[in-house]
Design a protein. Structure first.
Length: 259
């Protein structure tokens, strides 16, 4: 079976998600509700949470339409998985890629679930809120998740600005100086990867001990995919950074996540 289209509703809270679901369950429709999967009460192993409805549309031949209902927290989690997967060339949503990043997303999902009063992942059910939050805070620090989000947002802005001016290149080498609040950009064609990689390594060695300098070499095709797939990238990233920052500021001695 293949669905022919998809609709997504993003609500403020998971309570509103269930209110919307109840309306659809009660509604009288000529179309058949073919299946219902509740990935909020029974989240996927990786941390994905949402409600999936598939309707069998009354046509000849029969066609299918999928609907997804998510809360805002569930949406920014899913967007984070997609965005980091795109930028790191990993299919995190398929369970592939760096295991520490996969662990970060699973912990974040459980912390978000706690905030919404929903079930955490099975592997986290024996953890206290104190233990859950501390594990997440440690992995945020280890992977420099907030820094990564801020760097990629800056890269995205720089890329979009220069593309708008007609500046093109297959690879972009970007140096972000947090101390002076400056950026520099150099682009390379598709057949200049070796040159771009050498320039990247030279800059990395030059600024190895400077925590205020970030050097990023990106395939502009990945940024293009990001731009096409996630037009609300900036808004979603801002919300995600705000939530991660709030988690990092939690007092470990008085953790309280519930609504």
């Amino acid at each position: 079976m293949q669905d022919i289209g998809g609709l997504r509703a993003i609500l403020d809270t998971s309570e509103e998600v269930y209110e919307l679901l109840a309306l659809y369950k009660k509604s009288k429709s000529k179309h058949l509700m073919f299946s219902l999967d509740d990935y909020i009460k029974e989240p996927k192993k990786d941390g994905y949470r949402s409600i999936h409805l598939i309707y069998k549309v009354k046509t000849t031949p029969s066609l299918f339409l999928e609907m997804q209902f998510r809360s805002q927290l569930q949406h920014i989690w899913a967007t984070g998985v997609e965005v980091f997967g795109t930028l790191k060339n990993s299919s995190f949503k398929s369970g592939q890629g760096n295991q520490r990043w996969l662990e970060f997303f699973s912990l974040l999902s459980s912390v978000f679930a706690k905030k919404e009063g929903q079930p955490v992942l099975k592997q986290h059910r024996e953890l206290t809120e104190f233990e859950l939050v501390n594990l997440l805070k440690n992995i945020i620090k280890e992977l420099q998740v907030i820094d990564n989000l801020n760097v990629y947002t800056a890269v995205y802005k720089i890329f979009s600005k220069n593309t708008a001016k007609g500046r093109k290149g297959h690879y972009s080498l970007i140096l972000l100086n947090s101390r002076e609040n400056t950026t520099s950009l150099k682009t390379y064609s598709a057949n200049q990867f070796d040159i771009a990689a050498k320039a990247y390594l030279d800059l990395e060695r030059q600024h190895f001990n400077d925590k205020q300098i970030n050097i990023v070499l990106v395939n502009t095709g990945d940024i293009k995919k990001l731009e096409e797939s996630y037009p609300n990238y900036f808004m979603d990233t801002k919300i995600l950074v705000r939530n991660l920052s709030q988690i990092m500021l939690l007092d470990s001695n008085s953790v309280r996540l519930g609504p």
